[in-house]
Design a protein around this ligand. Structure first.
Ligand code: MN
Length: 294
């Protein structure tokens, strides 16, 4: 096995608001770094770095909007997110939990800070990833997986280095609970200072990591908090060593779909015709109904 090469280390871009609840650094797609194709099947990565939310009776968020053709994966690192969709699914995910929402053929949903959590306020930190679906599954039935922290696969690293929380795919035969449409690995490395973990993914898989807390050395290179590392498609193995206490690194790797992408706003299809159809269907009310929160 060969060492995976680092293509680049990317600093967070200036943050922008998504609705009035999520203040995010956009890593994918971004002008300078990563196109939707570069990290295929991961077509978007928004990162809400730790931020204080003042106590309020009017939680911030994004009201009813549609999606079609892909999955939204929300990882709550701090704070709580409340979700509801037109498929009748919903709920609250809290610290360390993940919500895996498969829009597929189409849903309406809304995403807010959880009502009860917002009343007290606190630190909010979140990642939202968009995982593209293969053409054969883009118009399939929507689905929803609520993955609590306790549901995740847990691999204890030797020598008190820390643990790997497996959301999807596997780490040294420890499986993650998420059902995926194509091969995807998604996991948190929670490392103590000086703790080290090795990873191995096929060279062809698009692979990146995001340091969400602490600081790490990746293949010997220092990476600061809130920075993303993109690997090239050469080699399989890399290592992460925490150089600060309580370090958390989100690791993602996936087999590219290698299909054409026609994307606009909340729709990600394969052709322009399918994109126009999505707008038509949405305008005709074919995505169902969901009551607005405001
Ligand atoms: Mn959404």
């Amino acid at each position: 096995m060969k060492t995976k090469q680092i293509a680049f280390v990317m600093a967070p871009r200036p943050a922008h608001w998504v609705g009035d609840g999520f203040f995010v650094h956009n890593f994918i797609p971004s002008m300078e770094g990563l196109s939707m194709q570069d990290m295929d099947p991961f077509i978007m990565l928004d990162y809400n770095a730790p931020r204080q939310v003042v106590p309020t009776d009017m939680p911030g968020g994004v009201d009813v909007h549609p999606h079609r053709g892909f999955e939204t994966v929300t990882i709550a690192y701090e704070g709580e997110v409340e979700h509801a969709d037109s498929g009748g699914n919903g709920g609250v995910i809290g610290r360390g939990d993940v919500q895996w929402m498969t829009a597929a053929g189409g849903v309406l949903h809304r995403e807010f800070h959880a009502t009860e959590w917002a009343k007290k306020g606190g630190t909010f930190q979140m990642v939202q990833l968009w995982v593209n679906l293969p053409a054969r599954d883009k118009m399939s039935a929507p689905a929803y997986q609520s993955i609590t922290n306790a549901d995740m696969g847990r691999y204890l690293l030797p020598d008190g280095a820390g643990l790997i929380e497996v959301i999807a795919g596997e780490y040294r035969a420890t499986q993650g609970p998420a059902k995926t449409h194509t091969p995807i690995a998604l996991m948190n490395a929670r490392l103590n200072e000086g703790g080290k973990a090795g990873f191995s993914f096929p060279a062809a898989y698009n692979t990146a990591l995001l340091v969400v807390r602490g600081r790490a050395r990746v293949n010997g290179r220092n990476v600061e908090t809130d920075h993303l590392v993109k690997f090239t498609n050469e080699g399989e193995d890399f290592s992460i060593e925490a150089t600060a206490p309580d370090t958390v690194v989100l690791v993602m790797s996936g087999e590219p779909l290698r299909e054409p992408i026609a994307a606009y706003g909340p729709f990600v299809m394969n052709t322009k015709q399918e994109l126009l159809q999505a707008f038509e269907d949405f305008n005709q009310g074919r995505f169902g109904y969901l009551e607005s929160k405001r």
